[in-house]
Design a binder for this molecule. Structure first.
Ligand code: FMN
Length: 192
């Protein structure tokens, strides 16, 4: 059997520039957050806005969301790229990613980052475990948007990365892939 060639799929996905979200959550004294690009509007009904976030189950933030059944999703201005490095590298299990940030607390208990371009406070209504991702559907309870530029996208984030940040991103991708692949395989087998 010939080797699977990922290049054509990569080429297609490279046409996209997904917005960079910071998803935060808190449960009791524990709090944290991560960078997520798998975040989408999931309802067209303006009276009942829904957000769908796909979070890997090994991430600390997934633990917090499961426990509290809530999260906040933030969009950044390109000048706020430092938030992306703070939340997108390393694990909240080893350090408090919100240390030194004067975050406020939303109605759901989720931390709201100061000065961001936009945020939405969300309460989880349904969770689906797809092996390598937990899909959280959540009602949007509140939100705010400041005047500002277009939100930071993945392409700009990666173009601003230093050589060391690129190395860390690559390491994270490799370790996440090897950890999550068996979970995705098990989910496929369960679904057959
Ligand atoms: C551009 C980019 C996009 C990412 N998108 C996601 C995502 O959609 N879902 C996810 O679970 N992790 C995503 N990650 C990875 C997490 O942000 C990262 O592993 C984080 O350090 C996990 O932190 P935690 O363990 O404290 O929750 C992304 C990282 C980057 C840099």
């Amino acid at each position: 059997m010939s080797e699977f060639n990922p290049q054509p799929t990569d080429d297609v996905f490279q046409l996209l520039d997904r917005p960079v979200w910071i998803v935060t959550a808190a449960a009791g004294p524990r709090r944290g957050g991560l960078v997520a690009t798998w975040v989408n509007q999931a309802s067209l009904d303006p009276r009942q806005p829904v957000l769908l976030a796909a979070i890997a189950p090994n991430h600390f933030t997934a633990e917090l969301i499961r426990e509290r059944q809530a999260f906040a999703a933030h969009l950044l201005a390109p000048s706020q790229v430092d938030y992306a490095w703070r939340f997108g590298l390393g694990s909240g299990r080893s350090h408090d990613k919100l240390a030194g940030i004067e975050a406020s607390t939303a109605a759901t208990g989720s931390p709201i980052l100061p000065g961001v371009l936009a945020w939405l406070d969300c309460r989880v209504i349904k969770t689906y475990d797809a092996g390598d991702r937990l899909f959280f559907w959540a009602d949007v309870l509140a939100g705010r948007r400041s005047a500002g530029p277009s939100p930071l996208g993945e392409r700009e984030l990666l173009s601003l990365a230093t050589a060391e940040q690129k190395r860390q991103l690559k390491d994270n991708l490799l370790s996440d892939t090897s950890l999550l692949r068996p979970l995705a395989d098990a989910w496929r087998q369960r679904s057959e």
